[in-house]
Design a protein around this ligand. Structure first.
Ligand SMILES: *Cc1c(COP(=O)(O)O)cnc(C)c1O
Length: 394
C-alpha cells in the first residue's frame, strides 16, 4: 500500500471509500498527483470546479479578499455579500422580490429550504407534508437526508425529520400525491447522484402548475445543475418555469465552500429574523470568490460554452462503437453515460490509470462534469483516453 493510503486508512474517518489518488496541484483542466503524473479532470470536483484549477480570476479574487476582509459574522454586512445577492437575483430572474440566504454547502442550503418549507403552513395552518422524488439526492445532514429519496442512505440514521413522502418521477405520480396538505415539492432538474438522470418531458412544467394550484412551494435543487453547468444558468430555466426557491452550492464558488437559498416572490417573506442562521455563511471571502466565478462565467461566455462543448462531447461519445454504451443523459456539461453492464467502477479505475478523472455514481452510470472552460483540445484528449479506458475495462 502507498504511504499516503496507509495514512488515509489510519487517520481519516471511514465515511468515504478508499481514495484512488493523492492530488497535489492543478492547472486549467488538469490535476497532478504526488508522483508528477498528470490527469485530465472530467469530473471537476463533482461539478464544482467551474473554472478548472488555479484560474487566475479566482486566485486574484481570493488573494485580494484575504488581504482585505475574510470574516465579520452576520451581525454585519459586507459589499461582496450584497453584490452576490443582487447578482443571484438577476441571474435567476428572481428580481426585485427575490432574496438570498448564504451558507457553506449544498446540504446546508437544503436544510434552509426545508425550514422554509415548514414555514409554508397554508391559510388554515394545515400543511405538513413535503414531497420529494424517489432516487433523489439532497445531502447528508439529517434534514437533507430526509429529503433524499434513497432508503439505502437513510439506513442506520432513523428517525429522520418526518412527513417527507417520496414519489416516482412521473407527472401521474405527482398528480396523485399532491393535495392541500403539501407544503413543498423538492426536485432536481437532473438527478446527478442517481447517475445523471433526466426528468420526464414536461415534469417541471406540471410541477409548477400543480404546486401553484395547491399552494405548495416548488423548490428546485440546483446544487449540481446551477451556475451554467447545463448550458443554461440554471436547470429550471430550460423548462421556462419560475420556482418559489432554488438551492445552490457546488459550482457557484468554483471550489471555495459556499451554499445559497434564493427565494422568489412570496417565498421571500416566510423567514423572519432569528429563525435561521450560520456563522460562516455569506462571509466576504466566499462571496467575493463566488462573484468572481459567476462574473467570469458571464464575461467569458461559459454558459454558451457548456452548451456547445456539451453537444460536442455527446456527439463524440455517440461515435464510440462500443456495445457497452447504451445512451447519454443530462444536459450541457453534466453528462451521464448509461452502460449495458455493471462495469462503471472498472471503467473509472481504468480511466484513472490512463490519466483521466471521471466517476461512477452507480454500477451502470458514468458521470462527466468537466470544468466549463474546456475546449477542443480537452475534448480530443478525453476521446482517446476514454476509448482506451472502455477497451481496458471491457
Ligand atoms: C452535491 C449535492 C448536494 C449536497 O451538497 P453538499 O455540498 O455535498 O452538501 C445536494 N443536492 C444535490 C443535487 C447535489 O448534487
Amino acid at each position: 500500500m502507498n504511504e499516503w493510503k496507509q495514512r488515509v486508512e489510519t487517520d481519516m474517518m471511514r465515511t468515504f471509500a478508499m481514495t484512488q489518488a493523492l492530488f497535489v496541484r492543478g492547472e486549467g483542466c488538469w490535476v497532478e498527483d504526488g508522483a508528477g503524473k498528470r490527469y485530465l479532470d472530467f469530473l471537476g470536483g463533482i461539478a464544482v470546479n467551474a473554472l478548472g484549477h488555479a484560474h487566475p480570476v479566482m486566485v486574484e479574487a481570493i488573494s485580494r479578499q484575504a488581504a482585505t476582509l475574510i470574516h465579520v459574522s452576520n451581525y454585519f454586512s459586507t459589499p461582496p455579500q450584497l453584490e452576490l445577492a443582487e447578482r443571484l437575483k438577476r441571474l435567476t430572474g428572481a428580481g426585485e422580490s427575490g432574496r438570498a440566504y448564504f451558507c457553506n454547502s449544498g446540504t446546508e442550503a437544503n436544510e434552509a429550504a426545508f425550514k422554509l418549507a415548514r414555514l409554508n403552513k397554508g391559510p388554515h395552518g394545515t400543511k405538513y407534508k413535503i414531497l420529494s422524488l424517489e432516487n433523489s439526492f439532497h445531502g447528508r445532514t439529517m434534514g437533507s437526508l430526509a429529503l433524499t429519496g434513497k432508503p439505502a442512505l437513510h439506513a442506520g440514521f432513523e428517525p429522520l425529520p418526518g412527513n417527507v413522502e417520496y414519489i416516482e418521477s412521473t407527472i401521474e405520480a405527482l398528480e396523485n400525491a399532491i393535495d392541500d396538505s403539501v407544503a413543498a415539492l423538492f426536485v432536481e432538474p437532473i438527478k446527478g447522484e442517481a447517475g445523471v438522470v433526466d426528468l420526464p418531458d414536461g415534469f417541471l412544467e406540471a410541477a409548477r402548475r400543480l404546486t401553484a394550484e395547491h399552494g405548495a412551494l416548488l423548490i428546485v435543487d440546483e446544487i449540481q445543475t446551477g451556475a451554467g453547468r447545463t448550458g443554461s444558468w440554471f436547470g429550471f430555466q430550460r423548462a421556462g418555469i419560475v420556482p418559489d426557491a432554488i438551492t445552490l452550492a457546488k459550482g457557484i464558488g468554483g471550489g471555495v465552500p459556499i451554499g445559497a437559498l434564493v427565494t422568489f416572490g412570496h417565498a421571500s417573506e416566510l423567514f423572519s429574523p432569528g429563525q435561521h442562521g450560520s456563522t460562516f455563511g455569506g462571509n466576504p471571502l466566499a462571496t467575493a470568490t463566488a462573484n468572481a466565478v459567476l462574473g467570469e462565467i458571464e464575461d467569458a461566455g461559459l454558459v454558451e460554452n457548456a452548451r456547445v462543448r456539451g453537444e460536442q462531447l455527446r456527439a463524440l461519445i455517440a461515435a464510440i462503437d462500443s456495445p457497452l454504451i447504451l445512451e447519454t443523459r443530462g444536459a450541457g456539461l453534466l453528462v451521464g453515460i448509461g452502460l449495458a453492464k455493471p462495469v462503471a467502477p472498472a471503467v473509472v479505475r481504468a480511466a484513472l490509470e490512463l490519466g483521466l478523472v471521471i466517476n461512477a455514481p452507480n454500477d451502470r452510470s458514468i458521470r462527466l462534469a468537466p470544468p466549463l472552460i474546456i475546449g477542443e483540445a480537452e475534448l480530443a484528449e478525453f476521446d482517446s483516453r476514454f476509448r482506451a479506458a472502455l477497451a481496458a475495462a471491457a
